[in-house]
Ligand binder design. Structure first.
Ligand code: AHR
Length: 493
């Protein structure tokens, strides 16, 4: 068996745990909205047509902020299609996902859903086919108290109070040639700066997110960020990162080390932003909004893209394994470790579309494997994030070189520390020792399985769940065995 140890101290703090690290994402895509959060005929639906079972699971997941309405979808979206009497709302083509959008759900419904789910609404404006005027219009509709045409329209539509949206994304993935209204970095940087300036004239304390690269493998990665930031540094607060991971060519070792890539991605974007800040002699620090991240078997999607125009088609409904859950747990470790600069993070997406929650039309909703590390981390990570020194054996991966087998982060709040640990080795268990002094371990959780390809389904929704474990503390040292491909949460008191 391999051996590893962790050391940390409440004196060495990275940053506060930001509740917005536990964000999610609802896009008008596939069945995320229709038969996901919204299904008026469902037995659990409330008076507004929201599925009660999905709402309950969203609360249990511990999602804190939800980005809406896209994604690629937003780059062709007209927000006004989704407000007012349903009978008058147009049915349109969604070019991003080759789908039919009925517009039964729009901003007013989503704000009501967010309220019921107890989450903050993060809104993305369309800067693909639209610009400053439409961003101002949707802002007036959502946030202006009343007495103007669009705020009064919202009131007439049954929302007397403003939706109070604080966090706004200035478009989505506009560096990507697949994006409707794709732009060069210069074109986008100017548009983002002007849109941000106008939105701030309306409401100065908005938090604005400029698009970074769609992923770190983009040919323009780095240059895109520096160009956009040169043009919009003063006007924006955060720059976005997006990353999706999957085992490429069966390379599970590299897949299990995906968090190494996420660490490097965040560090590179922070370094780029700080270099621009230095060049501009601007002491302000730009935050990272990691507003799309997850495991996504993209190769399957590209092999079988949608060809017919359908309403709420089954798109990218990946069924997640134990290995996927361990990777997701590790990506959360990476995000938490970077809490000094990652101010927002949204797992993509919430229901059905590469999601922790699955639902069947007229049928049940259930927790995918990846639900569990998210829910437990959101519940147990409190107070401040601590620096952790990990002494671990390493292993070679073809994509990321030599990587530590064990990865971990700790949080600390009023005498209670929570450790989140992964063993990324495919076959070897690790005996882990952690000097903890005079504390006990309460309610520890382990996610692992003899069968790392095990999944949860409608028929067997709890095939994969975290197990309770009770690690020993001997002479002030916590000793725990980490099975291969495992994620653990260890709260210490
Ligand atoms: O989450 C699925 C898609 O992935 C989003 O619409 C897009 O922004 C990203 O490429």
């Amino acid at each position: 068996m391999l051996t590893a140890s962790l050391t940390f101290s409440p004196d060495f703090v990275v940053a506060p745990v930001r509740r917005r690290t536990f964000g999610s994402f609802v896009e008008h895509m596939g069945r995320c909205v229709y038969t996901g959060i919204y299904e008026p005929d469902h037995p659990t639906a409330d008076e507004d047509g929201f599925r009660g079972d999905v709402l309950a699971l969203t609360r249990e997941l511990g999602a804190t902020v939800v980005r809406y309405p896209g994604g690629n979808f937003v780059s062709g979206y007209r927000w006004e299609d989704g407000v007012g009497p349903r009978a008058d709302r147009p049915v349109r083509r969604d070019l991003a996902w080759r789908s039919i959008e009925t517009n039964e759900v729009g901003i007013d419904e989503f704000a009501r859903w967010a309220d019921r789910a107890g989450v903050e609404l993060m809104y993305a404006v369309n800067l693909g086919t639209r610009g400053v005027t439409e961003a101002l219009d949707v802002h007036e509709y959502m946030n202006h108290p009343g007495g103007t045409q669009l705020s009064d329209l919202r009131r007439k539509h049954g929302s007397p109070e403003p939706h109070g949206v604080r966090l706004i994304c200035l478009g989505n993935e506009l560096d990507g040639p697949w994006q409707t209204g794709h732009k060069t970095a210069h074109e986008y940087g100017r548009l983002a700066a002007e849109t941000a300036r106008a939105l701030r004239q309306a409401e100065p304390d908005l938090e604005l997110v400029a698009c970074g690269s769609s992923h770190s493998g983009m040919p323009t990665f780095g240059l895109w960020e520096s160009t956009v930031l040169e043009l919009a540094y003063d006007q924006i607060d955060h720059i976005s990162c997006h990353a999706y991971y999957e085992p490429l060519d069966g390379d599970v070792d590299s897949f299990l080390a995906s968090a190494v890539d996420m660490d490097r991605f965040i560090d590179s974007v922070v370094a780029t932003a700080d270099a621009v800040g230095a060049r501009l002699k601007n002491p302000k620090r730009i935050g990272v909004s990691f507003d799309e991240w997850n495991v996504w078997y993209q190769q399957r999607f590209h092999a079988d893209p949608p060809t017919e125009w359908r309403t709420a088609p089954r798109l990218i409904e990946d069924t997640y394994t134990v290995t996927d859950a361990v990777v997701v747990g590790n990506l959360l470790i990476s995000l938490l470790r970077h809490s000094d600069r990652v101010h927002v993070a949204c797992q993509a997406q919430l229901v059905n579309v590469i999601a922790p929650i699955r639902s069947e039309p007229g049928g049940p909703a259930w927790r995918q494997t990846i639900f569990h590390p998210f829910a437990l981390t959101s519940r147990l990570a409190r107070g401040e994030v601590l620096q952790v020194r990990v002494d671990s054996p390493t292993q070679r991966t073809s994509r990321f070189g030599e990587v530590p087998v064990v990865d971990a982060v700790a949080t600390h709040d009023a005498g209670e520390t929570s450790l989140f640990v992964v063993n990324r080795h495919r076959t070897e268990a690790v005996s882990l020792e952690v000097p903890v002094g005079d504390v006990g371990v309460q309610e520890a959780w382990l996610l692992s399985d003899e069968d790392t390809s095990a999944v949860n389904t409608a028929a067997a929704p709890d095939r994969v769940v975290p197990r309770r474990i009770t690690p020993a503390v001997v002479d002030g040292v916590l000793k725990v065995e980490l099975p291969p491909v495992s994620w653990s949460a260890l709260p210490l008191r």
